[in-house]
Ligand binder design. Structure first.
Ligand code: ZN
Length: 341
């Protein structure tokens, strides 16, 4: 792991960030145990920690899995929760806990704990929130559910939010006004994909692009106060870089983007595409609630300000042709290659 990746990993451990579970394990040399990043046990001293790609690598180094966080069950837990969410979202009524547990192969009590740890709600409460928000707003159900979950205090990052909304659209009225009155911090960093520009307001990332410099940012936000770097920004920058170098959900990284309701629905649909999968413009248009608006979906894709984190590179032409990309097909191809399972 690079220093930046190690720092991002350690930050994730300190936050007990579930979005990083399954991406690495934390070995503690003094106790001989390895854990998920989100393990609830007391944090070890940084100097005693070594990061491993997975449990197998940690075991090869002589470590044992933690009995508390069961780091080797991450993939199975994740698959179980995603399967249950699919079932709840597509079912006519509310599936019983017993039925969901049966679907996943866990006991009902254990599955209830796994689901709640991942989502912050029990399966029944999740189904209820989904039903209520669907009734309230039939057009943007996924948006409202996530909003409700965050508002209820369950805002900790989780890759499971890929299915819903992440933190898209954190509001910025100044968006329509060239960034007037807004401070935007920015940096250009060298990555394995070339020079990458990252810019953020205090709400979240507002621009991620390749081969652009300050003048391009200035053209986009002519009235904003542009400031290079800054301590809080560096931390966000490290997370963004780590996410670009080793693609993950990125769902925990806050965004500050604004578009029309349909554009924002398209961006949500993009964020819902799991890494390693692709969609067509027609599928994005349908997911955004208007199957006929294929061209508008294409233009929403092109107006995406935040490459990679809103993964417009996961849209390809019908028939599998790679299609275009704002920063060239080479970068698109490489991003998709990194996400292959
Ligand atoms: Zn543990």
């Amino acid at each position: 792991m690079s220093d930046i990746a190690e720092n991002a990993a350690w930050d994730a451990v300190l936050r007990r960030d579930r979005a990083f579970d399954g991406r690495f394990v934390t070995g503690v040399l003094t106790t001989g145990i390895y854990c998920r990043p989100s393990c609830a046990a007391r944090h070890p001293a940084r100097g005693n920690v070594r990061f491993f790609a997975d449990g197998a690598a940690a075991r090869a180094a002589g470590l044992r899995p933690c009995k508390r966080c069961l780091p080797d069950d991450v993939a199975r837990d994740e698959a179980a929760v995603l399967a249950a969410i699919d079932e709840i979202r597509s079912a006519e009524g509310t599936p019983s806990l017993a039925a969901l547990a049966l679907l996943t192969g866990y006991s009902p009590a254990h599955f209830q704990r796994v689901f709640k740890r991942a989502i912050g709600l029990s399966p029944a409460a999740y189904a209820r929130a989904l039903r209520e928000t669907r009734a309230r707003d039939a057009l943007s159900d996924s948006e409202s559910v996530t909003g409700a979950i965050y508002e209820a205090g369950y805002g900790s990052a989780s890759r499971f939010y890929e299915n819903t909304k992440g933190r898209l659209g954190m509001t910025a009225s100044a968006w329509a006004n060239g960034g007037a009155g807004v401070t935007i911090r920015w940096a250009v960093v060298e990555t394995t994909l070339g020079k990458m520009l990252v810019a953020a307001t205090d709400k979240g990332v507002c621009r991620l692009s390749f081969e652009e410099d300050e003048s391009a940012l200035r053209a986009r936000f002519p009235r904003a106060d542009l400031v290079e770097g800054g301590a809080a920004f560096e931390k966000l920058l490290a997370e963004v870089v780590a996410n670009v170098e080793a693609p993950g959900s990125g769902a925990h990284i806050p965004l500050d983007v604004r578009g029309t309701a349909f554009q924002e629905a398209c961006w949500e649909a993009l964020r819902a595409i799991p890494p390693g999968e692709t969609r067509t413009y027609a599928e994005i248009a349908a997911a955004a609630g208007n199957p006929k608006a294929v061209r508008a979906a294409g233009s929403a894709n092109a107006r995406n300000n935040v490459a990679v984190l809103i993964p417009c590179h996961r849209v390809v032409r019908k028939g599998g042709d790679l299609g275009g990309y704002a920063y060239g097909q080479d970068i698109k191809r490489e991003l998709l290659r990194r996400e292959e399972k």
